[in-house]
Design a protein around this ligand. Structure first.
Ligand SMILES: [Co+2]
Length: 447
């Protein structure tokens, strides 16, 4: 998910109508109540994964080591493999309960000492022992993300309904993360923004959009474990027209990841991203387009149960001298466009989140009161979409939902689109600024 800075811009009439900078739904690190929401766990959970084999070597317990060498082949440990579609909870694939570390990158320059620093190592050990900050939760969420997207990449094809694509990803996520109230589940609605739309589109009930061969699809989905959210996204195309655009954005995100670090200033980091992005162009039908970074979208820090943590990494160099700090999580996400390089809100809204700083105002509308209760029970401050309200049994809630938005209790996140006819792409990783090293938790062999 991407926060925006939607300042009125002189040369577009459209921006003038925008009321709410999406960025402001931010601040103090309040955590939603941990009451178990009894989130529905999908049918997929009654999986076949109950077989006794396990991933980490202790599975083939029928084998007696040293005996019957000839039968070596047979005694080979059977590894539990993920099903297709993915339905096997990660606890069955990782019986040790230890999840793989992401890609490690050493800090540079003034912070290169950290890799071997005793103090940094000690701080890291402490962070890892504290249930509030241990790294295993984010790594479990990241492994779910990798497995779900590996399958989704194979599954998603032109001709499919967007609703089916969203359900595919969400059913898989719920099964693999073993969704359980606020302990683990979906981190935010599955973004499936198409073409000139860069972010915050997911189908609502009744949506009839079907994926087309020439589409540029941004798949942006989130997984959380104990409120630690992995926010990671990639772009899919089904022919080669926009290969250069996709390459540019992938490279720009990798630049952002590489240049991020403790004490790095956000405005300078944006400059590195911009430089990479602008070094590409894309030729479509004999016309050449520069790839522009979208100037009013940004990466962001991530707090527990709070997708937009308060710090923003713009995609164009600026004077923000705010620094990244030890222990922080960031979603490094970049967007490139063949259009204006600026988004405006447009289209039917699907994404919402209760504001972390929601005021305590008395609600006179009974339906709004009741809807807020549902939101508190199932989502807390995690973003949700209309489909998620449908599946927990809400209906005819639009008036109530709009009331909560008007009261400043819920933030709406409408689709964010560049000019029609342009194409936009996105890549995004979640990184953790550990004391000794940077960990790119969502890195996979795909991006
Ligand atoms: Co994001």
């Amino acid at each position: 998910m991407a926060p925006t800075t939607l300042q009125p811009v002189a040369d577009t009439g459209a921006n003038a109508t925008l009321k709410k900078p999406v960025t402001e739904a931010i601040s103090n690190g309040e955590v939603p109540q941990q009451e178990s929401a009894g989130e529905l766990i999908d049918a997929g959970d009654d999986d076949d994964g109950d077989d006794d084999c396990t991933a980490e070597g202790n599975g083939a317990d029928t084998t007696v080591e040293g005996k019957k060498k000839k039968k070596k082949k047979k005694s080979k440990k059977k590894k539990v493999e993920q099903s297709e579609p993915p339905r096997i909870g990660l606890s069955k694939l990782f019986p040790s309960g230890i999840y793989p570390e992401g890609e490690l990158q050493d800090y540079k320059d003034d912070n290169s000492y950290r890799t071997t620093s005793e103090e940094a190592r000690y701080n890291e050990k402490l962070a890892n022992e504290d249930p509030e900050t241990r790294y295993n939760d984010i790594r479990r969420a990241a492994e779910v993300h990798r497995q779900v997207r590996r399958s989704a990449r194979k599954f998603i094809r032109p001709g499919m309904a967007m609703t089916d694509i969203a359900n595919y990803i969400e059913d898989a996520t719920r099964a693999l993360v073993e969704a359980n109230g606020f302990e683990s589940g979906i981190g935010f609605p599955t973004g499936l923004s198409l073409n000139h739309c860069a972010a915050h589109y997911t189908p609502n009930a009744g949506d009839t959009v079907v994926l087309q061969q020439g589409d540029v699809l941004k798949v942006d989905f989130g997984v959380h474990v104990n409120g630690r959210i992995v926010d990671s996204a990639f772009t899919l195309t089904f022919d080669h027209t926009y290969d250069k655009l996709v390459e540019a954005v992938k490279a720009a995100t990798d630049t952002g990841v590489r240049e991020a670090g403790i004490d790095v200033r956000l405005g300078e980091l944006a400059g590195h991203i911009q430089e990479t992005m602008e070094s590409y162009e894309v030729e479509v039908g004999g016309k050449t387009y520069p790839v522009k970074p979208i100037q009013n979208l940004s990466g962001h820090s991530i707090n527990k149960y709070q997708i937009h943590g308060g710090k923003s990494i713009m995609l164009v160099k600026n004077e923000d001298d705010t620094k990244m700090e030890e222990g922080e999580y960031f979603a490094i996400e970049t967007f490139g466009s063949t259009g204006r390089g600026r988004i405006v809100e447009g289209g039917e809204c699907s994404h919402y989140a209760k504001r972390v700083d929601a005021p305590h105002v008395p609600l006179r509308l009974t339906s709004a009161k009741s809807l807020l209760k549902t939101i508190n029970t199932h989502f807390g401050t995690l973003p949700f979409c209309r489909r998620y309200l449908d599946r927990v049994g809400e209906s005819k809630y639009l008036l109530a939902l709009n009331h909560l938005v008007q009261q400043g209790i819920v933030q709406d996140y409408p689709p964010l689109c560049d000019q029609r006819g342009s194409m936009t792409a996105q890549f995004e990783h979640t990184i953790l600024l550990r004391p000794t090293r940077k960990e790119v938790v969502s890195r996979g062999d795909d991006y």
